[in-house]
Every structure is written in C-alpha cells, then in structure tokens.
Design a protein around this ligand. Structure first.
Ligand code: IPD
Ligand code: CA
Ligand code: CA
Length: 264
C-alpha cells in the first residue's frame, strides 16, 4: 500500500466534502432526529457520507467503510483496510452554530491506525497524521505534548459527569473539577481529540462514543504522545460504542485511578 498516495487522496476528498458542506450554509437544510429528539441528523450528513462512499468504492473496491449514517459496510471484524467515517461530527453544532463541527476519518489496516484526519470545516483547519510520521495542522507539524499535572490541566468534560449519572461516581468528578485548572466542552468528539493533540486541553472523556467519532482523532493524538483508551483502561475496540478517554500521557493513569470511578 502506498500510504503517501492514500494520504493525498484522502485529503483531497475531505477538502471537496468540506466545500459541499460550506455550500450548504446557503441552502435550506432538512433536519430530523434519530435515537432521541436531540440526536440530530441532516440531509448534508447523509449526502457527505454518500459522497465519500461512492468515491472510495470506485477507487478502492476492496476497502471497507464504516460510516455513521449507515451507507457503508456491516463491519464485524477489523480485517483488511477499513475507512471509519463521520461525515459531520458535531451535527448539533452544525445545525445551531454552523461551526464547531468536523469531518472525521480514520484509515486502518488489520486494526492498526495508519491515517487520521479531522477537518474543522468552518475554520478550514485540517488535522492529519500518518502512523509513525507525526501529526500536522494544515501540514505544519504538531509538537509532542509535554507533561502536565491535574492541577494545571484543562479537563474536557461536559456537565453530565458532575451530576449523578449511571456510568461514574460523580463525587470524585466534582473533586476533579475543583482540583484542575478549568473545564471545557465543545460538542464534537473529533474536534476535542484535536484539542488534546494540540495541548489546548489536556484530557477529553466521553461515556459513549462510536468508532467513527474517534478513529481519526485517535491516530492524530497518538502521534503527539497522547494516550487513548476506554474508561477501563483498555484499547478501544472500534467495533461498537464504548466509553472513551484521551489525555496527555502524564495524567492518564491518575485520572483513571483517582477520579473516574466506574459504577459497573
Ligand atoms: C456526537 C458528538 C458529541 C458527542 C456525541 C457524538 P454526532 O457526534 O461527537 O460531541 O458527545 O456522543 O455522538 O452525532 O454529532 O456525529
Ligand atoms: Ca459523531
Ligand atoms: Ca455524525
């Protein structure tokens, strides 16, 4: 496999898809909901996924695609080359704000992440990474992360972690919020992974994410030395929804040991 050529191909697809999305700002968007009233999807999410899938199937017929909107393949194993695509990550932001959303794409071979992309469409910022070759923002190399402490860290959590919930004990989370320097929540898992990769925040965690939310950003974060895992500390399996944490390596184990106490 020529990964350099694949990288150029993927970047040009992403930029083309980004143009489609920007054009949609001037059209009427059809909005509907999926699993719940606040789980939004639009015709643009579907069109962008179909755009990618048509191209990938034409140019790489033996590759498989896992896409959020269901136009891809039914993926039950990580064998071969798989493209994990979220056509719009942060659809609520897309609908309400027309910013703070991204195209997320990860290309894996036999479960190993080779190429990762998160494209902040409105900002025209393309985060990318190739395995063992580093991570980049608009083709400028991102530096390795430097160590931090919980006291100096900005923690990417949303308010649901602090209220009583069925996943984690909220008391240690309140302690974490009191101990750390500050908290942030942006509403796009893919963008939040890039915030960790650039050191803008030091950790991002979620109680439930799908493979397409994290597959691209995980590769980018790994290349600058961040660690990602489930909240149990295991590697994400990329075949189903799981808990998720990505952080500066220096605080990952302390977060899991002292603050994120799982209920089950
Ligand atoms: C969602 C966003 C959000 C996260 C949700 C995801 P979507 O993706 O990443 O930040 O909290 O769990 O489902 O639905 O906008 O593609
Ligand atoms: Ca998503
Ligand atoms: Ca999505």
């Amino acid at each position: 496999m020529n990964w350099g050529a694949m990288d150029r191909y993927a970047k040009s697809l992403i930029k083309e898809a980004g143009h489609h999305i920007k054009r949609s700002f001037f059209t009427e968007i059809e909005i509907s909901s999926k699993s719940s009233a606040n789980d939004l999807v639009t015709n643009i999410d579907r069109e962008i996924e179909q755009f990618f899938i048509t191209r990938i199937r034409r140019d790489f017929p033996d590759h498989r695609i896992m896409g959020e909107e269901g136009f891809g393949d039914d993926i039950q194993s990580l064998d071969g080359v798989i493209w994990f695509l979220d056509p719009i990550d942060g659809t609520m932001n897309f609908v309400h704000q027309k910013r703070n959303f991204a195209i997320s794409l990860g290309i894996y071979i036999d479960g190993i992440g080779m190429l990762g992309y998160v494209y902040d469409v409105t900002a025209d910022d393309l985060y990318s990474a190739m395995k063992d070759e580093g991570a980049f923002l608009n083709d400028i190399r991102l530096p390795q992360l430097t160590d931090t402490t919980i006291e100096e860290a900005i923690i990417g959590v949303n308010a649901s972690w602090i209220a009583p919930n069925r996943y984690v004990d909220n008391e240690p989370m309140i302690e974490l919020v009191k101990t750390c320097r500050g908290t942030r929540s942006y509403g796009s898992a893919a963008l939040e992974l890039t915030h960790v990769a650039t050191g803008r925040v030091d950790v991002y965690m979620s109680m439930r994410l799908s493979p397409w939310d994290v597959a691209g950003g995980m590769i980018i974060a790994r290349e600058v030395g961040a660690i990602s895992s489930t909240l149990q500390g295991e590697q994400s399996g990329l075949l189903q929804q799981e808990t998720f944490i990505v952080s500066n390596a220096s605080i990952h184990s302390q977060l899991l040991k002292d603050f994120i106490i799982l209920k089950k």
